[in-house]
Each structure stands twice: as structure tokens, then as C-alpha cells.
Design a protein around this ligand. Structure first.
Ligand code: RB5
Length: 147
């Protein structure tokens, strides 16, 4: 499975740790940057990760910034992206099961490395439940056409 990962400067350290974690688990990780702690703007990296997913270059995306919020907002501006900010394994698992999220976002200033790695494992190990949730995802997709 191919995972695109990206962060801003605030998320750089955690992004490196999560990329290593995913590689150790056998995932094919595409690190889209940033590649240092020099200040950058998170929308660029949220968009890069989201485009990689919706364009089919990655199965899922991982975004990291200080809170996960800014980069998640940016990722969600890309048509077809469903980016979820998560704080733990439970929110990460439900983002897949109920929301069919295809991008998971974590905050390096809020979530420690072990909790973030556990959240990624929960996200990637969960399956969208479909059923009544599919109707709601279809409605979200329809909203994109109303913009
Ligand atoms: C950068 O200082 C910070 O604003 C960014 O990483 C993120 O937390 C924004 O949502």
C-alpha cells in the first residue's frame, strides 16, 4: 500500500518519525516534504498530499502540522479529499469506518509520537463500513459540485 506523507516545519519531526514507522510496517511511503524545520506554509503540503491521493498516486495520505488543523483544511479544498484531524486511535479508526477519510491529519504540538503512530495504525487498519455512511459520503461529494 502506498502512503503519501507531508508536513510543514512544525510537523517535520513527527512526519519523519511517522514515515519511518510506516516504512518499518512495510508501507511504500512517498515523502512529499517539507524536508527541514525551515518555516514553510502548510497549505502547499496539504494540497500535495491530497492531490497524490485523489490522483491515484497514493492509497492514503498523512498530513502533519502543529495542530493538524491548517493542513487538514487545505487538504479538504482538493476535490475528492476527505481529510480528518485525529488525536488518537479511536478518532482515527472512526474516520475510516464512518467518514471514509482518505487523508489523516495529526498535530505535532498536540499528539505524541506513540499516540500518532497508534492513530495511523488504527486508520490504516480500519475499513469503511458503507451502508448508511455511504449516503452521507455521497452527499459530501455532491456538495463539491455545488461550489
Ligand atoms: C505553524 O506555526 C502552525 O500555525 C501550523 O503548523 C499549524 O498548526 C496550523 O494549523
Amino acid at each position: 500500500m502506498r502512503i503519501a506523507i507531508g508536513s510543514d516545519h512544525a510537523g517535520f519531526g513527527l512526519k519523519q518519525e511517522l514515515a519511518d514507522h510506516l516504512r518499518q510496517e512495510g508501507y511504500d511511503v512517498d515523502d512529499l516534504g517539507t524536508h527541514s524545520e525551515d518555516s514553510v506554509d502548510y497549505p502547499e503540503y496539504g494540497a500535495l498530499v491530497a492531490h497524490a491521493v485523489v490522483d491515484g498516486e497514493a492509497d492514503y495520505g498523512v498530513c502533519v502540522c502543529g495542530t493538524g488543523i491548517g493542513i487538514g483544511i487545505a487538504a479538504n479544498k482538493v476535490r475528492g479529499a476527505r481529510a480528518a484531524v485525529v488525536h488518537d486511535a479511536t478518532s482515527a479508526r472512526m474516520a475510516r469506518q464512518h467518514n471514509d477519510a482518505n487523508v489523516v491529519c495529526v498535530g505535532a504540538r498536540l499528539t505524541g509520537p506513540q499516540a500518532a503512530a497508534d492513530a495511523l495504525d488504527a486508520f490504516l487498519g480500519a475499513t469503511f463500513e458503507g451502508g448508511r455512511h455511504q449516503r452521507r459520503i455521497d452527499r459530501i461529494t455532491a456538495l463539491e459540485g455545488e461550489q
